[in-house]
Design a protein around this ligand. Sequence first.
Ligand code: FAD
Length: 294
Amino acid sequence: MKITDVINKKEYSVSFEVFPPKTDSAFESVESAVHEIASLRPSFMSVTYGAGGGTSKYTLNIAKNIKDKYGVPSIAHLTCVSSSRDTVRDMIGRIKDAGIENILALRGDIPNDPSFDMNSIDYHYAVDLIREIKNSGVDFCVGGACYPEMHPEAPSKKEDIIHLKEKADAGFEFFTTQMFFDNNLLYNFLYRIREAGITVPIIPGIMPITNAKQVKRAISLSGSFVPQRFINLVDKFGSDPDAMMQAGIAYATDQIIDLFANGITHIHVYSMNKPEVARAIMSNLSSILGKNTD
Ligand code: FAD
């Protein structure tokens, strides 16, 4: 099933993200987390792609299992900046052969390696990747990434939105946002992109922060603004793992309910292979999910 068909349904829904293992030996534990999360019946599940493609076979296997074994629609992420044209074309063919209909097409982060030569790469931006996917002739549903607080490399929000518009014009059918901890940032972003003529659906991405260490890591990776309300919560409960888990899930639930109350109907949760987090979110929303949005 295409992700656009899932998110266009007139009912409140959530999806979850999982990431592939780095080694064969870790595959089983990831597969077991995937199984538990899939059994919660989210509207779809996404599977990330390791930078450089080192874990690509796991991304494919997991996305195929989600769809075939558990009957949940899946989307495989694919990055391009550190891959050759042959590798990307091969990967697109393998995604098709696995019967996966959805791709989240990303540039990927520029490798932090002085020998990485930007002049000799095949793809510079995500927009180059969607052109390659479209050239394959396969009717994939292709989504991409967007950044309510702007991408860290962008010189300005205005310029970031110009490039987002180019992505939408090139055929991206929806965008999933980078995590954010203040919903007003999302509302402001939606206003600005709609004004710029970007009309495709935007799926807000919510990251439940469930331990204090994760806060620093998530924020340094994403550059997200952290409201004082959230800092207070980590200061108070960060040293007590159970309390922090409960508080982090409550904060994420509060964000999701506010988004639903303000016209958003579908949320993507960065569940980070944690079935207990996915389960708690589903339980907190049990009387809302599946309800008609009209
Ligand atoms: P782009 O859309 O190409 O944008 C990158 C930068 O280039 C932006 O600053 C943009 O403004 C600018 N730009 C775009 N087009 C042009 C142009 N034509 N000319 C000049 N500038 C331009 N990474 C992974 O490795 N694996 C994953 O599975 C993964 N999943 C992700 C899922 C989501 C929802 C998000 C938000 C991010 C994900 N990432 C993942 C991280 C992502 O790869 C990085 O954020 C990366 O730095 C940018 O990717 P992009 O597709 O947004 O790039």
